[in-house]
Design a binder for this molecule. Structure first.
Ligand code: GTP
Length: 598
């Protein structure tokens, strides 16, 4: 296909505004996927994604479409993940396109995450086609939402397409608009090969499968390629297109989108954002924009049963083959024994990995509370990066602690502005700006420590705004603050995995909150257990978990054996996610208690 008849586009939409439904429709209408094999939401492959209803891994689909002008076009849809944790991947998949559909739910409006992605698209010079979806809903107000898009983004919406992905309304108009408005890729077939990787995943049989867009030159089966950032070279076993199932072809040229397999050992060798070139005839410069994904949030993962340590190591190794952003190192905790300190892009990334480790590898884990990376300057002028609160050097050895800050952008209906401001105040946010987007919706901007965002901020924001607010954030740098390590002592012993780093002004309140939460969460035992919060040797708060008075079995009045069994079973079950710290059984929830403080 000549470049003039290729269109590469992606879909930008807020979660639940209908991106997957629309993608399915486009595949159906173009006959790319026969109706009967149409699995619901074809583009989301991982089960977990489907269950949570979010898109994590991006993929692509090639469609053939005969337009009204009688010509046949190749339309490549490149999917983007729908969560802030993965915004780097979004930026790379947008960089692989010339246009984007901006899908907005006509019964809702523009959300913070949508905005962030629209800005990414504009930075990449994409043509944006507005689509007002869900016009079949009785509450749809396409005119109001069109006006909102114009005001917020400055995008002309006079020709916005009215659509219902669910009912199939507007789908042909969308296809025609893609052909007419999205510019064709530049024909740079004569130049040395440069292809942009926008996704990759590990296949145990064929090695890493790399999804890419050829920007310049062309690529054939059998070529020896070089990944410019990782420096790795491989011979291509297979190239093909995504239709959306993989179909082998002999070559791909500038403008086309496809996949390759080359027995690549790990996704680290072919990372998202890297440039593929020919080993014998390399391009002089890689494509712009490559960044190594850096973990932002860390937690400890400890097997409950020490025998599972090796299984956990193996599972993490396998995961790493498929997830270049995941980071892990062995960690030894005096309280928890052997485990791993793991780094993630964000909280959602962390939850997904945890869940899959437990589900796919049958591991029983205790996960410690998430922590950000602190920058500590010692009194010897060394700079340390601390991702584990228990490793914070004591006050006399340090000169300064700095923590990462983010710019937080929230969008909310006006009646919840007060509640959001209050939340941000309690989270040490610095108010920066507020703008009315429309008469009754506002955008609020704060600069706020990342640590405050990763401790349940999102859920708090949702619950305080009845689910109506949305947020987006990005890191803006490190700032010094008066931070201290808050130690938690259980049964007079400090528990390293419960330590956290907090602002001095909040230490007392948090210490008290944590201690009383732990008192509720740690089950009573045969003896009294003191729980304390302390900074250094100064105890801020103390509570006692009283001893158990009665044995559970004493309620059974002798006789009934099956009832006795049931009680014992129940006890055993409750124990599943417990870790013995000294002689005290501490449940998983206790390690996350800090997330539950208001
Ligand atoms: P993520 O994958 O989480 O990013 O969500 P999404 O944007 O892909 O949304 P999805 O396509 O999963 O749609 C969300 C919900 O809206 C689903 O329950 C769809 O059935 C519904 N939906 C999508 N399009 C329409 C539409 O045109 N009309 C109506 N009434 N419902 C729709």
């Amino acid at each position: 296909v000549p470049a003039s008849r290729i269109r590469n586009f992606s879909i930008i939409a807020h979660i639940d505004h209908g991106k997957s439904t629309l993608a399915d429709r486009l595949l159906q209408v173009t006959g790319t996927v026969a109706d009967r094999e149409m699995k619901e939401q074809f583009l989301d492959t991982l089960d977990l994604e489907r269950e949570r209803g979010i898109t994590i891994k991006l993929q692509a689909a090639r469609m053939n479409y005969t337009a009204k002008d009688g010509q046949e076009y190749v339309l490549n849809l490149i999917d983007t993940p729908g969560h802030v944790d993965f915004s780097y991947e979004v930026s790379r998949s947008l960089a692989a396109c010339e246009g984007a559909l901006l899908v907005v739910d006509a019964s809702q409006g523009v959300e913070a995450q949508t905005m962030a992605n629209v800005y990414l698209a504009l930075e990449n010079d994409l043509e944006i086609i507005p689509v007002l979806n869900k016009i079949d809903l009785p509450g749809a107000e396409p005119d109001r939402v069109a006006e909102e898009i114009e005001q917020v983004i400055g995008l002309d919406c006079s020709e916005a397409i009215l659509a219902s992905a669910k009912e199939g309304i507007g789908v042909n108009e969308i296809l025609e608009a893609i052909v007419a408005q999205v510019p064709p890729p530049a024909d740079t077939t004569e130049e040395p090969l440069r292809a942009l990787i926008f996704d990759s995943y590990y296949d145990p049989y064929r090695g890493v499968i790399v999804y890419f867009r050829v920007m310049d030159g062309n690529l054939k089966k059998g070529d020896r390629v070089k990944f410019m950032a990782s420096g790795q070279e491989y011979d291509i076993d297979e190239i093909g297109v995504l239709s959306p199932v993989q179909i082998q072809v002999d070559q791909l040229h500038a403008g086309e989108v496809g996949y390759l397999a080359a027995a690549i050992k790990t996704v680290e060798h072919a990372r998202v954002g890297d440039t593929i070139t020919l080993a014998n005839h390399p391009a002089t410069k890689p494509l712009p924009g490559y960044v190594e994904a850096k973990p932002m949030v860390f937690c400890g993962m400890f097997p409950i049963d020490a025998d599972q340590f090796e299984d956990l190591r193996e599972a993490l190794e396998k995961f790493k083959l498929n997830d270049a952003a995941l980071n892990y190192e062995p960690e030894t905790s005096s309280a928890m024994g052997f485990g791993f300190r793991c780094g993630f892009l964000g909280l959602l990334h962390m939850e997904i990995v945890q869940e899959r480790l437990e589900r796919e590898y049958n591991l029983n884990l205790i996960i410690t509370a998430p922590s950000v990376v602190y920058q500590v300057t010692t009194n010897k002028d060394e700079v340390l990066l601390i991702d584990n609160p228990s490793e914070l050097p004591p006050p006399m050895l340090r000169e300064k602690i700095e923590e990462p800050y983010v710019r937080l952008d929230m969008m909310t209906p006006q009646e919840h502005i007060g509640a959001l401001m209050e939340l941000c105040e309690t989270r040490r946010g610095d108010f920066k700006d507020m703008k009315y987007i429309t008469q009754d919706r506002a955008s609020l901007i704060y600069e706020i420590p990342l640590a405050e965002i990763v401790t349940d901020f999102f859920n708090q924001m949702k619950s305080r705004t009845k689910g109506y607010a949305s947020m987006e954030y990005h890191i803006i740098g490190y700032r010094p603050n008066d931070l201290v390590k808050l130690d938690i002592l259980v049964n007079e012993e400090p528990v390293d995995s419960l330590a956290c780093i907090v602002h001095r002004d909040k230490a007392y309140q948090m210490g008290r909150g944590l201690v009383s939460k732990l008192k509720q969460l740690i089950p009573r035992q045969q003896f009294k257990i003191p729980v304390q919060a302390a900074i250094g040797s100064k105890v801020l708060s103390r509570e006692n978990i009283p001893a158990l008075r009665k044995n559970v079995l004493s309620k059974c009045y002798g006789g009934d054996i099956s009832r006795k069994k049931k009680l014992l079973e129940k006890q055993k079950e409750g124990k599943k996610r417990m870790k013995a710290i000294g002689t005290v059984e501490v449940p998983q929830e206790a390690f996350m208690a800090i997330l539950k403080l208001n």
